[in-house]
Ligand binder design. Sequence first.
Ligand SMILES: Cc1cc2nc3c(=O)[nH]c(=O)nc-3n(C[C@H](O)[C@H](O)[C@H](O)COP(=O)(O)OP(=O)(O)OC[C@H]3O[C@@H](n4cnc5c(N)ncnc54)[C@H](O)[C@@H]3O)c2cc1C
Length: 492
Amino acid sequence: MGPFETADSCREWKEEYELPFDVIPDGDGKIFERLTNGWVPYTILVGPDGKVALWESEFDEAGFAPAVEKLYQEPPAEGTTETGAERPADTAVPGAPAPRDAAPPPTRSFGADIVILGGGTGGLVAAHHLRRRLGARDRVTLIDRSPDHLFQSSLLWHAVGQRRADQIRRPLADLSRKSVEFINEEVVGIDTDARQVRTGSRAIGFDYLIVSLGAELRPDKVEGFDEMALNLYDIGGTAKIHAALDAFTGGSVGVLVTDMPFKCPAAPYEAALLLESFLRARGVRERAEIHIYTPEHQPMPIAGPVMGDAIEKVLRRRGIRYHPLFTFERMDPDERTIIASGGEPQQLDLLLAVPPHRAPEVVRASGLIGSSGWMHTDAHTLETEHAGIYAIGDVNNIRLANGKNLPMAGVFAHYGARVAAERIADEIEGRAPEAVFDGKGYCWLELGDGRAGFAGGDFYAEPEPAVRLYPPTRPWHWSKVAFEKWWFRHWF
Ligand SMILES: Cc1cc2nc3c(=O)[nH]c(=O)nc-3n(C[C@H](O)[C@H](O)[C@H](O)COP(=O)(O)OP(=O)(O)OC[C@H]3O[C@@H](n4cnc5c(N)ncnc54)[C@H](O)[C@@H]3O)c2cc1C
């Protein structure tokens, strides 16, 4: 009984329901604090040995009844759990039931443990779909080192002062309202054999795992990055970009892609177009030169030459100088130059850069990357070679029919999350999983001045992705704004 109950109210409750067992209050709330995930109702079944036999948000008789029966038939031996597995010595709490994360992965009769790594696009969507499909006895846990979910698409609006930081992120702890347990810690290990993930403070067992840790930004791979460049891909960087653009009185501005692959193939082009529009509105466009430097041979090569030509045309019309095949080698903060291999130094007053991307350290350290340097999965199920372990979003690498990779984009993380969640839920419910990832996706291309283009299609089409381009209009821009609003309303 909760901390607000007294011995008298517990007795009354026992009498009212004619309960054959004792009801005692949790006077100072210590049991609640120690054993639950922080929301009510929470039900814990403690065996005669003082250890937790079953725990659940809410109460599901279908799970508890057999567990109680089992306890009566066969009390567990000293030092073992109800499943017969040995409880690790360092996780047992003398005289008290063991905490949730100290227990081994539960068997099906006690519900399934689904752990999601990453609370970005893919992780957030997967958590919701799982919660929607599964009952209370299956536990969904999401782990992220950041306390907040960041809607990265809006970073570019943040860079030009059209959004404040608090408008584009939300606390992941709010997911507890939807019965998703959130652990705000760094994941430091993934053990596919022991079916456990490790954070700095604990080990967490899983029956199913969804890895959605995204791509790690590594500006440290570029010497001089912090002295010379502003990071276009993180919220600290976009705050600095806005301040720098506000103070800008004239000179050369460069948008640089330092390395391939990078997420959201449209973003550097959108950034250049948005900042062009921003500088024009501030009346300093005439005194500014804007450049884009990229190793790509055309804008968004994955979407084909029609898309590339269309974007190049817009850049030309807006007076933005495009430098394709710029194979960035180094930057020199003293001279304020960037240098491509075999090229002339390019001098810039203001540099906005996309840093190198790598698979997250924990994924690499856990031996989970394939020859591409990223995680490999089945292209349709998104399951890795380890049964029940899925990789979705930017962290995975899917090779397309034309030999190129599926781009890193939120839309694929979103749809991939749905597929992984549906397949896991089907398996838990004893059905053959049917959901498949079909490689369909879309994206907006913000042009500034309240207009956007739109492109979408089938990236799994053979021999080339079949992508259709829709010309820029105001309604496309407003539909992008509406999507951002929907995102926060729907998931939080
Ligand atoms: C400027 C910009 C604009 C974009 N615009 C678009 C767009 O218009 N359309 C589109 O489709 N996509 C866009 N994207 C790309 C999109 O945001 C990503 O592709 C998408 O977020 C990937 O989702 P994910 O779940 O794979 O990874 P992420 O959303 O990056 O989430 C990964 C999460 O894992 C956490 N994490 C990482 N390592 C650890 C660890 N060791 N321990 C604990 N937590 C960890 C991170 O904190 C993060 O919350 C844009 C990206 C940027 C940067």
